[in-house]
Write a protein that binds this ligand. Sequence first.
Ligand code: HEM
Length: 497
Amino acid sequence: EATTGARQRAFKRQHGCLPPKRYVSRVPILGLDTMVKIFQAFSQHRIMDFWRGAMTDQHAHLMGFVILGNELFLTDDPENVKAMLATQFSTWSIGKQRMEQMSEFLGNGVFTTEGAAWKHSRDLIRPCFEKSQVADFSILEDHTSQLISRIPSDGSTIDLQPLFQDLALDIATEFLFGRSTHCLRPDHDEDVKKFIASFEYCQQPQASDKPRRFKTLKVILSTFLPDRALKKHIKVVKDFADKIIDSEITSRSSTSQSSSPPPSRYVFLDELLSQTTDRTVLRSELLNILLAARDTTASLLSNVFFSLSRHPATLSRLRSEITSQIGSAQPTYQHLKDLKYLSAILKESQRLYPIVPMNSRQALQDTTLPHGGGPDGQSPVFVPKGGLVAYHPYCMHRRPDIYGPDADVFEPSRWMDNEHDSAPLRPGWAYLPFSGGPRVCIGQQFALTEASYVVVRLLQTFGEVESRDSEPWREKITVVCTGLGGCKVGLKKGSAV
Ligand code: HEM
């Protein structure tokens, strides 16, 4: 019988694979110096540019990194990403590490499973995202007006980022569970506060934006040492979700006894309850979606206002679009669809600041990626079973050969027909804010509708949006990526619209 090595050599020959370019470590095989550089870049909030620099330095769109004897791959080649996410979907796992780490606090749900279990979850939640549900604007209106009441209108400085997080949580919980956390209300529950703190902790225990001594060392240690506080926080998260579920089960049974008509609005939890009353299943699906829904949409809004406050011409063109198409009316679904420039702004924000800037997949069997092998990078590359491939929307979205020499510049008009020098942008797999293939973000429409609605309402209310922060945008990576400095602005009431 052939040895693993002989089998792999034959496989490589058969598929015409050539070796990829490799990151050069001063300590080959172990790659300890590379590890330190990675941890340093991470704790200094510049890991994205570290990866990007590593690839551009070698003119590579796929690279091998050898760390502790294992080879990891890094790619910003759209064809490779398409292979993993779509054309060879069943060959790639979301990775043992993600499933283990995330399911510890989220349980098994759509985000943390694969294969048949994932398909079951995905089928279960799909109806929730149908267009008719997304277009229920009363929820958006209620919570957005609550948000507006929390923003000072005299131009004093406010960081919108935490408010957007509260908003996204309030909207997501109402949409998914039929009741809101109402954390934008000044008198909201202590339980809600505790839940939020614990939910945040569980997502990335080592993340902190406070300057700390020995930060790199602490990040390294926290990767290897057990975290006792984590257990406590997981319990807070689970108890909070169970409480909502239990009270929904109780109110459901009392509703059916009193034979009142079922609520007309689709509530995710109600729908789930008609299929299972297993608390663990209910809680897991609930938390999986909550994780996917909250910080993502909040980061998008925060990044959009960050950019709008620094690009007065963009802001003013957006205001004109809103004035001419909606005026001061409450936006409808059709209105939002017609706001082409707003849509270009949301796209451009996600191009430069993708909320999931890097992700990874793990090979379930010996396989290949189409590009990255050989000196010109045009040959396939061999990836052994268990091989980990990180793919980087952040780097793809800033490739000058795809987006032009101004790839680093915020320029929404590049997404408008007939406005940019080159042909209209159709980047395909080179633009991936919501991922692609069977696991494409199921909440994409929901997120874009919510974000558009909030932008319009805020600009209809506030005539002035001024940046109060001169720092450049820097990454803060938890499960998602958001701006480290938040979104500090001064807003003034008045109809500039
Ligand atoms: C701007 C906002 C959002 C962005 C950028 C975003 C991005 C993404 C990305 C990149 C993935 C793929 C992750 C992977 O495969 O590893 C994903 C998956 C997912 N998203 Fe979103 N998302 C956003 C908002 C939402 C919202 C609002 C919801 C729900 C209300 C949602 C629900 C989900 C779910 C359930 C998955 C898992 C899908 C699956 O694995 O089958 N997302 N999202």
